[in-house]
Design a binder for this molecule. Structure first.
Ligand SMILES: Nc1ncnc2c1ncn2[C@@H]1O[C@H](COP(=O)(O)OP(=O)(O)O)[C@@H](O)[C@H]1O
Ligand SMILES: CC(=O)N[C@@H](CCC(=O)OP(=O)(O)O)C(=O)O
Length: 309
């Protein structure tokens, strides 16, 4: 055997280590939520695109749902408009809704589509408005038991995953912005304000459930769900749906829609929902190559699903 073959052996071993995971996930749909806070630099975004393309070429069916909260806030700021969050959701005036749509669909989604397509004709961008993908009604925030009007924030009432399935069947990578059409026909006819701003974690979770995805991966700007945030950095590595449900009332800010989304996903057929650190380069591949995973994994209560981890 030549020395050259020996030096490549660790690489071969690394690939083979991933074989059980890849075998289990072959042909499976994985919904990956890329949070706006994790999109901190160009290199990270490029590494994210590489990971997603890797999954696609390894035989999985990745779907990307992206966020863009900080990017929306920056644009609102430039326009002299205020950003206010209630219960982890942006208070969205009709004016702000136009900015949300412009930033998510016109900026963040375009950038991710471009990065993915550096690897071939793979990514297709769409919003929840396209082909009736996501339909919503007005969502009211629940602040200390009180129903609060937060403007054009939507609550998803229906998902029609047909267009996404068709794209996946065609070998494409759908890249989805979390904007929904209104279920009210008159509202829908009223222009840009006929759409709703949906939190991207909520949208990703609803889509994962509707697609019957194997896994929901949520990439964010923390290592996972901290047990006692902000006092300690102890990450909860694994918890069941019921355990998570008990924790929900104590969660704060951005973690609220994220963990509610994970709970919704695993209660509706998704085998695992994971929160992982998107600030770490190639976090998606690390999650695959590390036996126990790198962040927080939520599993259904009676975890009878073979090979769910
Ligand atoms: N228990 C917790 N564990 C981890 N992060 C938490 C927790 N509670 C609140 N957070 C906050 O949630 C943030 C992640 O949500 P968010 O800012 O909406 O990110 P993204 O843009 O990725 O959706 C963290 O940066 C942290 O400030
Ligand atoms: C209703 C609501 O809050 N919508 C979010 C949509 C974007 C998002 O969720 O982005 P991240 O994943 O980066 O937080 C917003 O306007 O910021």
């Amino acid at each position: 055997m030549s020395a050259r073959k020996h030096t490549a052996l660790p690489k071969a071993r690394t690939l083979i280590e991933a074989l059980p995971w890849l075998t289990r996930h072959h042909g499976k749909t994985v919904v990956i939520k890329f949070g706006g806070n994790a999109m901190v630099d160009e290199e990270l975004k490029r590494a994210f695109a590489q990971d997603v393309v890797f999954l696609r070429h390894a035989g999985l069916r990745p779907v990307v749902v992206h966020g863009g909260g900080p990017q929306i806030s920056a644009q609102l700021d430039l326009l002299g408009l205020e950003s206010e969050f209630k219960g982890g959701l942006r208070v969205t005036t009709p004016e702000a809704m136009n900015v949300v749509r412009m930033v998510l669909a016109g900026q963040v989604q375009r950038e991710l589509v471009g990065l993915l397509n550096e690897h071939g004709p793979l990514a297709v961008g769409m919003t929840g408005e396209d082909a009736h993908l996501m339909t919503a009604t007005k969502h009211f925030a629940d602040i200390d038991g009180e129903r609060v009007d937060i403007g054009r924030v939507g609550e998803i009432t229906a998902i029609d995953p047909g267009a996404v399935q068709a794209m996946l069947d065609d070998g494409r990578i759908p890249v989805i912005s979390s904007i929904a059409r209104s279920s009210d026909a008159e509202d829908a006819a009223s222009g840009a304000s006929g759409v709703f701003n949906v939190n991207a974690d909520t949208a990703a979770a609803a889509l994962a459930a509707a697609l019957g995805a194997e896994t929901l991966m949520v990439l964010t700007d923390v290592e996972g769900l901290y047990e006692d945030w902000p006092n300690s950095d102890e990450v909860i590595s694994r918890l069941t749906a019921t355990e998570l449900e008990k924790l929900l009332p104590d969660l704060a800010s951005g973690m609220v829609p994220k963990m509610r989304g994970c709970l919704h996903a695993v209660r509706n057929g998704v085998h695992t929902a994971r929160v992982i650190d998107g600030r770490v380069q190639h976090s998606i591949l690390l999650e695959i190559f590390t036996d126990e995973g790198i962040g927080t994994m939520v599993v259904p209560d009676a975890n009878t699903i073979e090979g769910a981890a």
